[in-house]
Design a binder for this molecule. Structure first.
Ligand SMILES: Nc1ncnc2c1ncn2[C@@H]1O[C@H](COP(=O)(O)OP(=O)(O)OP(=O)(O)O)[C@@H](O)[C@H]1O
Ligand SMILES: [Mg+2]
Length: 259
């Protein structure tokens, strides 16, 4: 794991060096380092005779190991985009390449398989089972796998978010920040290469939000996990290397942040 990501980081650095030498963002970079490529993606929700155009042509590329924040007013299409990026939903039109695979045309089963292998999800409302231990919640995605080491992996995931000592607590006995850490541990259980987090700090106070962001920072920097997060808060977005601003279903602007 560590060797592979170090190699990837090195690869990304050398491609960036080539880009700088050439003086342009070449196709080479896109081919070599982009883990996510969406091209002119649209999403139309149909409810009876009413159509809502939630995305109206989004083109976005995310490099392996990047942290990207998505911002924008309510209804601008952030969650719609996240659902597509997370393979929870398909675009109406346009193309989505994930890790070199065109996922926009895959069937439900194939989409679910890719999702389970590659993507971890974190939501604003934690989505944990109450009156159930932290450990059991983290193990949940392994429900249908028959590995013997479920307990061990679940404990390791809790340790990665600093919660090993709370593993036997029921989730309703935990603070909001601790609950979100359990949710992050659950998202890590299948060792995803990408984490999709839709307003992960939306229900937390600013101090707890920073603690949660410190965990994302660490997963991003030390394990090269690609992180895409939606937030309404500037302070949270500034943890990312880039901020993508959505408005009315299109990308209005992008901001590259210097660390
Ligand atoms: N399942 C759905 N069926 C029909 N319309 C939907 C559905 N999901 C979202 N929409 C509509 O699509 C548009 C974009 O919604 P989306 O949830 O992506 O916005 P958002 O940027 O995440 O907003 P918020 O900040 O409030 O979470 C909205 O007009 C919304 O009403
Ligand atoms: Mg939303």
């Amino acid at each position: 794991m560590a060797a592979a990501s170090a190699e990837e980081a090195e690869g990304a650095a050398s491609v960036r060096a080539v880009d700088e030498a050439v003086g342009e963002t070449s196709d080479l970079k896109a081919i070599a380092t982009a883990v996510i490529e969406v091209d002119d993606v649209t999403k139309v929700y149909r409810m009876g005779s009413v159509e809502v155009s939630a995305l109206r042509g989004v083109t976005l590329s995310v490099d392996r190991g990047e942290m990207v924040a998505i911002m924008g007013p309510s209804g601008s299409g952030k969650s719609t985009l996240m659902n597509i990026l997370g393979c929870l939903d398909r675009p109406t039109n346009g193309v989505y390449w994930l890790d070199g695979v065109e996922v926009s045309k895959l069937g439900d089963d194939q989409l679910a398989e890719i999702r389970n292998k590659k993507i971890g999800f974190v939501f604003q409302s934690f989505n944990l089972l109450p009156r159930t231990t932290a450990l059991a919640n983290v193990e949940l995605p392994l429900l249908y796998s028959n590995g013997k080491d479920k307990r061990k992996r679940s404990l390791e995931a809790l340790a990665r978010v600093g919660l090993a000592q709370r593993s036997r607590h029921h989730t309703n006995e935990l603070s909001g920040g601790e609950q979100q850490r359990v949710a992050i541990a659950r998202s890590l259980i299948n060792n995803p290469s990408i984490i999709i987090a839709d307003e992960p700090t939306g229900n937390l106070d600013s101090r707890t939000s920073e603690e949660i962001m410190a965990i994302f920072d660490e997963l991003n920097r030390e394990e090269s996990i690609t992180i895409i997060l939606v937030t309404h808060e500037n302070d949270i977005a500034r943890h990312a290397g880039r901020i993508v601003h959505l408005r009315d279903g299109v990308i209005e602007s992008e901001e590259v942040l210097t660390p």
